[in-house]
Design a binder for this molecule. Structure first.
Ligand SMILES: [Zn+2]
Length: 326
């Protein structure tokens, strides 16, 4: 994007790894060789992406040392874009589905905590127009012919305006968008049509498909590309799987917190005393307080479970003190 704005630091970090491990050229295993970083403004706030990049290490392979980036990267933001695809999808939906003006879209984005100036909204609208106008033209076909194959990624971005979904089909080897279309449904037949349109236009075989594994997408891939391996993007998969656990954990944490509410009066009772008993009470008070603020990062760390473990340790310690009768 030509126009840059000063932005605050990203509040979240996300690590992405390529789902595919085998080199699309020679089939040998590609190791992770380095990491790229970029920051993207999404509807969920500023996200710092840490991108693990694989490379083929076989000197005889046509893809020797060519980077293979995480397939999920392009679902979050297009190459060189500092705004997320979700923001672009929302801008497009507000403009064309809701017929909002640029100042109105600007206000809507600010309302969603996306820091932009009005001129940037115009740029984002241009990006949306370019995106949905994407066609695989002769130069792109020639470039694909040199790389001899594509690894397709298909993603549906749903800005919460109506039921519109912006479907984007990309090639993970070149990072290029091959087709983007806004549909009012996620029906298998429609997606099958999009996949067929792309495969007819590219003129090279599809070596694999990566998606978040949504049911209609799975069926569409089976219909349009039978026998092509279809892999699931772990990030989306994990997030979906972790959601119920995260909710249960949050509830457990809330309940646990209720049980350790009375710390302040206990601490107040020994205020101004410096005998060993008062010191011990203060020590336990501090332990409980620090346990309460020790938050894990979902979905991989469950803060409710962690709080439970810490409170159990404190209770165990208190129990031992009681037994000794100190
Ligand atoms: Zn290779």
């Amino acid at each position: 994007m030509a126009h840059r704005e000063a932005r605050p630091r990203a509040e979240r970090e996300r690590v992405l790894r390529p789902v595919r491990r085998c080199c699309p050229g020679c089939g040998r295993r590609m190791g992770i060789r380095y990491e790229n970083r970029r920051t993207v403004a999404t509807l969920d706030g500023l996200v710092r992406l840490r991108l693990k990049v694989r490379r083929c290490g076989d000197a005889g392979c046509a893809r020797y040392r060519r980077p293979y980036r995480p397939e999920g990267e392009g679902a979050i933001a297009l190459p060189q874009h500092e705004f997320g695809l979700d923001v672009i999808a929302l801008v497009g939906a507000l403009r064309y589905r809701e017929h909002r003006s640029v100042p109105e879209i600007h206000r809507a984005l600010l309302g969603r905590n996306v820091t932009v100036c009005e001129r940037t909204v115009t740029n984002l609208l241009d990006r949306y127009d370019e995106l949905v106008a994407t066609v695989v033209d002769e130069p792109q076909r020639a470039a694909l012919a040199t790389q001899r194959r594509v690894v397709l990624a298909i993603d549906g971005l749903q800005p919460d305006v109506g039921h519109e979904v912006l479907w984007v089909i990309r090639d993970c080897l070149s990072g290029q968008v091959l087709l983007a279309r806004s549909l009012l449904s996620a029906a298998t037949a429609d997606l099958t049509g999009l996949l067929r349109e792309v495969t007819a236009a590219i003129g090279v075989p599809v070596a694999g498909v990566v998606s978040d594994g949504q049911h209609s997408v799975r069926c569409a891939v089976e219909d349009a590309l039978p026998d092509v391996p279809h892999q699931l993007c772990h990030f989306h998969y994990l997030r979906e799987a972790a959601l119920p656990i995260f909710e249960a954990d949050r509830h457990a944490k809330k309940e646990l917190k209720k049980q350790v509410r009375g710390i302040r009066p206990i601490e107040r009772a020994v205020e101004g005393r410096d005998d060993p008993e008062a010191e011990a009470v203060r020590g336990y008070g501090a332990a409980v307080r620090s346990a309460l603020t020790d938050d894990g990062r979902p979905p991989l760390a469950a803060s409710g479970l962690r709080l439970h473990a810490r409170l159990e340790a404190i209770a165990g310690s208190l129990g031992r003190v009681e037994e000794r009768g100190d």
